[in-house]
Design a protein around this ligand. Structure first.
Ligand SMILES: Cc1cc2nc3c(=O)[nH]c(=O)nc-3n(C[C@H](O)[C@H](O)[C@H](O)COP(=O)(O)O)c2cc1C
Length: 406
């Protein structure tokens, strides 16, 4: 074969060089290709105690590890010779179109992860036509979200208080702030045990150790943002003249029962979503009460360790509730970290999934561009996997596309 001297014009197209960016943040974010790398970048950007609070789970973190493990055993059975030049990733969440079958889960204290907090995350949802759920334990109130992100589809997550009048006040605030859905979390009769947070002193009230404090000092940008913006607070309880520990003790009412769900159904005219269901019989009971959606969830493995894995429970719940379109919608969450995970859940019977840690990794890694990139990664991975599976839209994704390897 005849050799030739290397020519620049042949080499140039192989190089992905672009103009250098001077912000280390942009450079690092650009190099992230998936959620595992986003997680690692997040770990570098915030103090260990904050990262652990997001990343961790209850006790030995078995529930979370099992959820991760089952997604690694998902095997797809693609069909071939289908025209997938145009595909559609959208769906209907509670009768309204959503760009992706992905809902942003409620996560408390978001301004601790990134100083722009819930408003920033909700703006990303608004831009992408995705639903944002605001936690009762949020650092932004439902009124503020309504005012600052008026066009985002939004649900308010509630922990029901024994004091019904107080619960009604939260509900009324959410209603006037334009929240279309009320999401009652039922897997937290009391808070679980989180060893990582206990070791780091991230408890209520906080007991930050010197080691944790010194580690925080090593993240000056995070500190600077925290100290130069409004103080962190549980915005829902802003007007409560009580210490944090007293408020926190009231938030979880261990006496809540199905009767309270019936009561909620009678006082809330919007969509009612129940989050944290972990048994077929409970899902059936809730369907009878007439809730609009059920989230099969163990809170991302953050409350009761060793609780069931939502993806394993899903087919059984789908069987008793009936086909998609009959009865309440069914969502699942926990360890959903890729577009392929989303597709597996949809194929096995979910109408949509919730993501929590995934978007918080994006927020901790790079704020708004980080959360945007998380959405982009999910969209790109879903689109690629769907085309390779020979599937044009989500309704075509049926259980026989998935095998869970033993
Ligand atoms: C930091 C953090 C805070 C959370 N706070 C709440 C909360 O206030 N209310 C709630 O119902 N769920 C809360 N969750 C659970 C999520 O809504 C969701 O069920 C879980 O994150 C799903 O698992 P994933 O993080 O692996 O996606 C929280 C999760 C995280 C990671």
């Amino acid at each position: 074969m005849k050799r030739q001297l290397p020519r620049w014009k042949n080499i140039r197209p192989l190089l992905g060089w672009s103009l250098p960016t001077f912000s280390a943040q942009d450079r690092k974010l650009k190099s992230v290709v998936n959620l595992s790398e986003m997680r690692l970048l997040a770990k570098k950007r915030v103090p260990k105690a904050i990262f652990d609070y997001v990343d961790g789970g209850a006790n030995d973190e078995l529930s979370y590890a099992r959820s991760q493990e089952i997604y690694s055993r998902v095997e797809f059975k693609p069909r071939v010779l289908r025209d997938v030049s145009m595909i559609d990733l959208s769906t209907h969440v509670l009768s309204t179109p959503s760009a992706l079958p992905i809902i942003f889960a409620p996560t408390g204290y978001t301004r601790m992860m990134h100083y722009q907090g819930e408003v920033m995350v909700a703006k990303v949802c608004e831009a992408h036509n995705l639903i944002y759920s605001l936690s009762t334990m949020g650092t932004t109130s439902s009124t503020e979200i309504g005012q600052q992100v008026p066009n985002v589809r939004r649900w308010f997550q509630l922990y029901l208080w024994r004091d019904r009048d107080q619960s009604l006040r939260f509900i009324e605030e959410a209603r006037s702030a334009g929240f279309e859905g009320l999401m009652l979390t039922v897997d937290t009769a009391i808070g679980g045990i989180k060893w990582r947070d206990m070791r780091n002193g991230l408890t209520v009230p906080p007991r930050i150790r010197l080691k944790t404090f010194l580690d925080m000092v090593l993240k000056p940008k995070w500190w600077f943002n925290l100290l130069t913006t409004a103080p962190l607070e549980f915005a829902t309880f802003r007007n409560f003249d009580k210490p944090l520990s007293e408020i926190a003790a009231k938030v979880f009412d261990p006496a809540v029962t199905f009767e309270d769900v019936k009561w909620l159904r009678s006082v809330w005219q919007g969509k009612l979503i129940i989050k944290g269901v972990q048994r077929v019989a409970d899902a059936k009971e809730l369907a009878k009460i007439g809730v609009d959606a059920i989230v099969l969830s163990n809170h991302g493995g953050r409350q009761l360790d060793r609780s069931v894995v939502p993806l394993e429970l899903l087919p059984n719940v789908r069987e008793v509730i009936g086909a998609k379109g009959d009865g309440p919608q069914i969502y699942i969450d926990g360890a959903i970290m890729s577009g392929a995970d989303v597709l597996a859940a949809i194929a096995l019977g979910a109408d949509a999934v919730l993501i929590g840690r995934a978007y918080l990794y994006g927020a901790m890694a790079a704020g708004k561009p980080g959360v945007e990139k998380v959405v982009e990664i999910f969209r790109f991975e879903m689109e690629t996997a769907m085309k390779l599976m020979g599937v044009k839209n989500l309704t075509e994704l049926l259980p026989d596309f998935v095998n869970i390897r033993a």
